[in-house]
Write a protein that binds this ligand. Structure first.
Ligand code: GZL
Length: 322
């Protein structure tokens, strides 16, 4: 049974349409011409990426005329589950959320299904055998993001290379998949070895603390692979405090491409960033309207994103929206 929607069935943005069941909602579904209400259970406010993602959702709900009920789970699954249950009780038209971790959602999503309230996954996916629990998953291909990071290192490393990895939140899809994609690619060069790997929970403070420990425990560190910019920025603080030069003594690869990360990249403190686009609000509201109206939507919508070198960051910074 397909556990996670892979990119095989995915479409880029909102191009092709595939059958994915009818929509409909337990509450005022908007099909009677009423206002659509969306219950959104956000992960938290742990990173610059999340802040930009939240702003995109709130701004685009306003633009779309969708009444948004919004909750911040402070990176705790039990808070997201509580929020989803409250949205079910309020009989919203549609529920959307970014699952903080991949597992433990079937029960509450079954409750939404029984209440005839459609669910849209955004940003992160869930690992469930029952893909009827949600209408579509809108977000990045995190394995591909890890592959892009690994490809850059394979192309730029020479000789024995010791890598320390700052993982995202334990159990989160981006943490699991960015690790998988990176390892797949660096396997091409056995000289590249991940000598230590630990979660910094996607936060700047977490990245700094873990990097401080790595600097004490590892005899040689050539590269930091951080699953997001915020942990990479924390690592920069730790590297400087240890009297080393980030970007030169220790190369840094991160994921996201938020403004602070791009600034550090332009300054030469980070060496390469893989973009992860947080601006999902417009696509989410378009999908919500289709789902509530009972229209068919793709099972998987993959966001389009690129990569940045130091030179590219200098050119791109003035236009960056987040
Ligand atoms: C990725 C998103 C991740 C970001 C982090 O889509 O879930 O969570 O990479 C954020 O910055 O905390």
């Amino acid at each position: 049974m397909l556990k996670k929607i892979t990119t095989v069935a995915s479409v880029v943005l909102l191009s092709a349409l595939t059958a994915c069941g009818s929509g409909g909602g337990g509450g005022d579904t908007g099909s009677s011409g009423g206002t659509i209400t969306m219950g959104f259970a956000q992960v938290g406010a742990e990173s610059g990426w999340r802040t930009a993602n939240t702003k995109s959702i709130q701004d685009e709900a306003k633009t779309a005329g969708i009444e948004l009920k919004f909750s911040d789970a402070q990176q705790k699954q039990e808070n997201q589950i509580k929020a989803i249950r409250s949205y079910i009780q309020q009989k919203v038209s549609v529920i959307a959320f970014s699952p903080v971790v991949e597992t433990g959602w079937d029960t509450v999503l079954l409750e939404a299904k029984r209440a005839n309230i459609p669910v849209i996954l955004t940003d992160r996916s869930i690992d469930s055998d029952d893909t009827s629990l949600y209408k579509t998953f809108l977000g990045s291909d995190f394995v591909e993001e890890g592959r892009k990071a690994g490809d850059w290192l394979v192309a730029n490393a020479s000789g024995p290379t010791s890598v320390v990895e700052l993982q995202g939140t334990t159990g989160a899809a981006p943490a699991i998949d960015r690790k998988t994609g990176f390892e797949e690619k660096i396997a091409a060069k056995p000289d590249i070895k991940v000598v230590a790997s630990q979660s910094g929970d996607f936060t700047r403070s977490g990245g700094k603390q873990v990097m401080e420990a790595f600097l004490k425990s590892q005899p040689k560190i050539d590269v930091v692979y951080a699953h997001n910019d915020d942990m990479g920025l924390g690592a920069i603080e730790a590297i400087k405090a240890a009297g080393k030069v980030p970007g030169k003594d220790i190369k840094i690869i991160t994921v996201d491409a938020v403004k602070d990360g791009m600034q550090a990249l332009a300054n030469g403190e980070i060496n390469f960033i893989v973009e992860c686009n947080p601006l999902l609000g417009k696509q989410l509201m378009d999908l919500a309207k289709k789902v509530v109206a009972g229209e068919q939507v793709p099972e998987r919508v993959v966001t389009v994103e690129g990569t940045f070198t130091q030179e590219q960051a200098k050119a791109a910074l003035p236009q960056r929206q987040y």
